[in-house]
Ligand binder design. Structure first.
Ligand code: AMP
Ligand code: MG
Length: 470
């Protein structure tokens, strides 16, 4: 079988970082989805079509791969768990793309590993297709994210709370799978040597200009600050911002209980297990900072001059809320047609969001309608909107092309939760048409190609929560 040239740098690290292990074969692999774009960028287009189900279902390890399960730890909902790791994923290896980018090829749902704890090592079709659609939609929106290369049905039943469900394997592509939790596991063990090796590796792979651990921290904080502002600007709620789900690369990772908001509310939570609202929409900036503080704490374990390093790390972390606010302001200003905002624009943005929250206005459609001149219809309290719009028009009068700025910042279509649920239900019944339809429309989210998909859910279509039973 002709396969891409794997170049496995992680597998070349000491074996404290992982356990070598092949994916567990599945009963009857069947290719459900394959991403041509990603297959070109990974060279995996060279896997012949007739071999794809076997390769991406985990039944055949491609030549040059060095399969392994990665070790990591993490804070889950604020509580430290000393050992997590790939409990149901296998890193096949890394490939270098025609664009010069190194990418991890990972199978998710590929069977048990030494890190599975009580889990079965498997995934069911629902979360696999959710991640496929939402991660590709995020990419099309311009947001850094892991990508989806393939989805394979396994022909096996998976047991979850709901009963027996069809199993599936997702092929995930990432700049890397290094997480805050990858650093935490060695810091907590006091394994300074491994921590240093990992730090050097992360610098080489993601921040080649960084001068050392504190400079690496600076780079990751900047990437995460941008990322969370970007999420906020499209109404995205990650849902499980644990430190094991915070990527060093600055990509969005882990699409378990994520969702895009329909009616705007800053306190919106989807995840059924997030009882305290720790990962509510409006709390995401705080959590991003908290996660980076955990990274700082881990990185500090390797510093010889601890006092100076603590001061430096503290400064980096304290600067992060300001970085997020600046990125947030830039993104939200563009959403109302302002190309070069300054801090005095904040009240205009915040007052609009307050009106939207009061009326439960649809996040995506309200912003999109601003550019079309129909936003008034999105509000119940029209007088309040009119008063705001007067201030707004006065402000954007000085803008050369507010319409163009708005239409480039306000997607027409996002993967709405009820559409995802409908798509999953159809796929379970063997109908992939809704999946294909979503993928087509979401590939160009700033153009309205399928108006039905832009509608908020009707009363009986509303999906109030997403489940972690992945
Ligand atoms: P997540 O909530 O997806 O970020 O996963 C947290 C941890 O639980 C990771 O170590 C996963 O590998 C592990 N995990 C999640 N689901 C399973 C499963 N079905 N079998 C084994 N491990 C799992
Ligand atoms: Mg995870």
């Amino acid at each position: 079988m002709t396969t891409p040239a794997f170049d496995n740098s992680y597998a070349a690290l000491p074996d404290t970082f992982y356990t070598r292990l092949d994916p567990t074969p599945v009963k009857a692999p069947r290719l459900l989805a394959f991403n041509d774009d990603m297959s070109y960028l990974t060279g995996l287009d060279r896997v012949p079509p007739e071999d794809r189900a076997a390769v991406f279902g985990g039944n055949r390890v491609p030549d040059g791969a060095a399969p392994l399960a990665q070790l990591y730890a993490g804070h889950q909902f604020g509580t430290y768990n000393p050992q997590l790791g790939d409990g149901r994923a296998i890193l096949l290896g890394e490939v270098l793309g025609p664009d010069g980018i190194r990418r991890d090829i990972q199978l998710k749902g590929s069977g048990p590993t030494p890190y599975s704890r009580m889990g079965d090592g498997r995934a069911w079709l629902g979360p696999v297709l959710r991640e496929y659609v939402v991660s590709e939609a995020m990419h099309a929106l311009g947001i850094p994210t892991t990508r989806a290369l393939a989805a394979v049905a396994t022909g096996e039943d998976i047991w979850r709370e709901q009963g027996a469900l069809p199993g599936a394997v997702l092929t995930r592509v990432a700049r890397s799978h290094l997480r805050v939790g990858t650093f935490q596991v060695f810091a907590h063990r006091g394994d300074t040597e491994a921590l240093k090796t990992l730090t050097d590796y992360a610098i080489r792979r993601h921040y080649p200009d960084a001068s050392g651990p504190m400079d690496l921290l600076r780079g990751v904080c900047a990437a995460q600050a941008d990322l969370v502002a970007h999420w906020m600007s499209v109404g995205f709620i990650h849902g499980v911002m644990n430190t094991d789900n915070a990527a060093i690369s600055g990509e969005t990772i882990d699409y378990g209980p994520c969702a895009f908001m329909d009616a705007f509310h800053a306190g919106r939570v989807f995840s059924s297990i997030d009882q305290q609202g720790r990962y509510a929409y409006g709390n995401q900036p705080n959590i991003a900072v908290w996660n980076m503080a955990q990274l700082a704490t881990a990185l500090l374990q390797q510093m010889s001059d601890k006092d100076a390093a603590v001061d430096e790390a503290t400064e980096v972390i304290h600067a992060m809320p300001g970085q997020i606010e600046e990125a947030w302001r830039g993104r939200f200003a563009a959403k109302i047609g302002i190309s070069a905002p300054d801090p005095s624009d904040m009240p205009l943005i915040e007052d609009l969001l307050a009106l939207m929250q009061k009326d439960g206005a649809d996040f995506t459609n309200t912003f999109r309608a601003l550019g079309d001149g129909t936003a008034r219809d999105q509000f119940l309290d029209r007088d309040a909107f009119d008063a705001w719009a007067e201030r707004w028009r006065a402000r954007i009068a000085a803008e050369p092309e507010p319409q163009a700025v708005m239409n480039a910042a306000n997607p027409a279509v996002i993967p709405r939760n009820h559409r995802i649920e409908q798509m999953i239900e159809a796929a379970v019944a063997g109908d992939m048409a809704p999946f294909e339809r979503l993928m087509t429309a979401l590939a160009t989210p700033y153009k309205l190609t399928d108006p039905d998909l832009a509608h908020p859910p009707t009363e009986d279509e509303i999906v109030p929560a997403t489940f972690c039973g992945t």
